[in-house]
Design a protein around this ligand. Sequence first.
Ligand code: DD3
Length: 331
Amino acid sequence: MDDTAAKREGHSLQHDESVQEVKRVKSDDRGAVEKSSEAPEAENILSAVTATKVLKDSAREKSIFIHGKLGDQEAVVIMESTPITEDTLGELFAKSKLRLESEGKVGTIYRLQAPPHLNAIKTTVVCPATDNHVKKYQRQETFLVEETDADYRSITLPYIEKHCLSVQWVCNILEKKAEVERIVYEDPDPDVGFILLPDFKWDQRQVDDLYLIAIVNQRNIRSLRDLRSTHLPLLKNIYKKGQEAILQRYQLPTCQLRIYLHYQPSYYHLHIHFTKLSYEVPGCSGERAHLLADVIQNLHLNSDYYKSQTMYFPLRADHGLMNKFKKAGRL
Ligand code: DD3
């Protein structure tokens, strides 16, 4: 247990009805995740948080990102309302309180007070939060970058090698030092194998916002740029077995899945995203997401497709690579 967790031990129990579940991400990159018990009496870590700044909020996504302090440590608190699902409708209709808001010709608007357990706010506490965490969640303008193969070799690759070496949490997952109980599917083969597990962004309470990642066993594939036709058996294996595992576990057929890679990825150890097609998750749009099915086809056509192709991707104004592209006169 780390310092903060130890400190929390001493807090008095305070139950906030709007916070049913607090997931705490240890930001030391060890990849360990503590999920407090589902019990409603779970202690309220947030009572010790003082908010200093709203980093970002979205009415549409019903989320807010807050920079603050937890005791004397920096923290980022992410809160988002959870989807309303069909399986809870019966209880929601029967047990809620309604207050009339306005009556119109077309319909009547109410404020519905749901029973506390159907009114959860998913909350993630990143603590201690580094400057990078704070930066990551701060709203930022983005710019589309054009990266030729030469740009990749002279700008991007040196940057990755200098800054992005540590993917310790990924290694911990592959070495079964973390999240073992969360694994949905595993193929232990060193060449074509991978581990499939729910991404942090998914609380697994409903399939509507399904989000899993497949982390490949091979350690030396940084991103899409490194893929060659020699990786086709690996990619096809993930495509096939990932789909099968998701169908079996979540009864979601392939035609309802979006299976893709990010370029640039947020960490440089090859991983594949599996999200529900109807769920418009950030980063699933065309400028960053590359469908695995397309990647497989392109590599079939040309083994050096991703080595030689000019790639386009969005970069945040505060991203370290931004300055490098500017200095090189590429932006
Ligand atoms: C991360 C990108 C990274 C904060 C947050 C997320 N899925 C992870 C450690 C374990 C994981 C992930 C870094 C870090 Cl909220 C700082 O993501 C992870 N385990 N995306 C899973 N299953």
